[in-house]
Design a protein around this ligand. Structure first.
Ligand code: NAP
Ligand code: ZN
Length: 353
């Protein structure tokens, strides 16, 4: 290991000083490499709607200054003395979390996101060493090797980046609730998560319906693998699709009329929420009782499953549609995400930072 990696690494970041403050270019220090750490030269960082919920402190408890970003794709620049899985030059990714206790039943079963001691998020968390974590809107990051995944050669680092959150967050529940041949699956919201979910559900063999507010995303959704497409602004959609789906995956960042969505489930169907609006949802229990239906939620996915998802994406041609932006376009990009005006994921080209 060169002298350099024994010291901290100064790295450029995009940082928000306080909730809703515009991002500014500044620098932070990444820790000196521990024996099981990897230093990653970040090439691309996706812009997830969770970054906006967090940077605007909509969920509360935000730690500022904040450097968001949990869709990180880059190249290994240096490795700690005991690293065995990765070598300098490898293409790697980091998703929504960077450490967990490693001992509880969920860590042991590869579902670190549900760690009972509390998973350490890639940003907006206090790490086990007591210091805040800073995410991927950054030139470099230091991460423990067991929280780093390998990006297959056939995936470009730019298109791979959104898979680290949008990809795993949709792949995991689709698998868990058995999206596959013979299953009718609806994806609600064709945004960053939703447009990837359509591709995964199609890749798993399900009959896929995309539900979007309007008709403008129809052609693209069909190209991505949707068999059907409906606008939820049309009340007839809910009548026509009553009792239709085995599984509805809700990726919407705002509150919906939950009863209306439950009415589209078959008996024993499940509405799984991954969209995370700040306000509580409301529904009538009769919407569940009358069809033995379930409401569920799902949080990202474990490291092992994230690697499986990347390999599945490479094999099945699942490819996020991205709009690459310069670092100085980040504030404008947030405004556009809030208007659902992105097709379908902004990815920051970190070389512009
Ligand atoms: P996004 O790109 O903004 O997509 C959300 C989509 O929801 C929009 O494109 C839009 O789709 C639809 N939408 C937005 N406002 C709406 C409204 N008022 N009514 C109906 N539909 C609306 O966001 P994203 O990055 O995909 O993230 C989506 C949500 O998932 C966020 O809340 C995020 O925090 C959450 N998330 C959760 C997890 C998890 O682990 N559970 C992980 C990542 C993200 P149409 O234009 O097609 O209608
Ligand atoms: Zn995310």
């Amino acid at each position: 290991m060169s002298n350099n990696q024994k010291n901290t690494t100064t790295t450029g970041v995009l940082s928000a000083r306080s909730a809703k403050a515009p991002f500014e270019r500044t620098t932070i220090e990444r820790r000196a490499l521990r024996a099981d750490d990897i230093l990653i030269d970040i090439k691309f960082s996706g812009v997830c709607h969770s970054d906006i919920h967090s940077a605007y402190d909509e969920w509360g408890g935000g730690i500022f200054p904040m450097v968001p970003g949990h869709e990180i794709a880059g190249v290994v620049e240096a490795v700690g003395d005991n690293v065995t899985k990765f070598a300098v030059g490898d293409h790697v990714g980091v998703g929504c979390f960077v450490d967990s206790c490693g001992e509880c039943e969920y860590c042991q079963s590869g579902e670190e996101q549900y760690c009972t001691k509390g998973v350490i998020n890639t940003y907006n968390s206090i790490d086990y060493d007591g210091k805040p974590t800073y995410g991927g809107y950054s030139q470099k990051i230091v991460v423990k090797e067991s929280f780093v995944v390998r990006i297959p050669d056939s995936l470009g680092l730019d298109v791979a980046a959104p898979l680290l959150c949008a990809g795993i967050t949709t792949y995991s529940p689709l698998k868990k609730w058995n999206a596959g041949s013979g299953k009718k699956v609806a994806i609600v919201g064709v945004g960053g998560l939703g447009h990837v979910a359509v591709q995964f559900a199609h890749g798993m063999g399900a009959e896929v319906t995309a539900l979007s507010q309007g008709m403008s995303k129809k052609d693209e959704a069909i190209k991505l693998g949707a068999d059907h497409y409906y606008a939820t602004s049309d009340p007839n959609t809910f009548k026509e699709l009553a009792g239709r789906f085995d599984l509805i995956l809700n990726t919407v960042s705002a509150n919906l009329d939950v009863d209306a969505y439950l009415s589209m489930l078959r008996v024993d169907g499940t509405l799984v929420n991954v969209g995370a609006p700040a306000e509580a949802d409301k529904y009538h229990v009769f919407s569940l009782i009358m069809g033995r239906r379930s409401i569920a939620g799902s949080l990202v996915g474990g490291i092992r499953e994230t690697q499986e998802m990347l390999d599945f994406a490479a094999e099945h041609g699942v490819k996020p549609m991205i709009e690459t932006i310069r670092a100085d376009q980040i504030n404008e990009a947030y405004e556009r995400v809030l208007r659902s005006d992105v097709r379908y994921r902004f990815v920051i080209d970190i070389s512009t930072m």
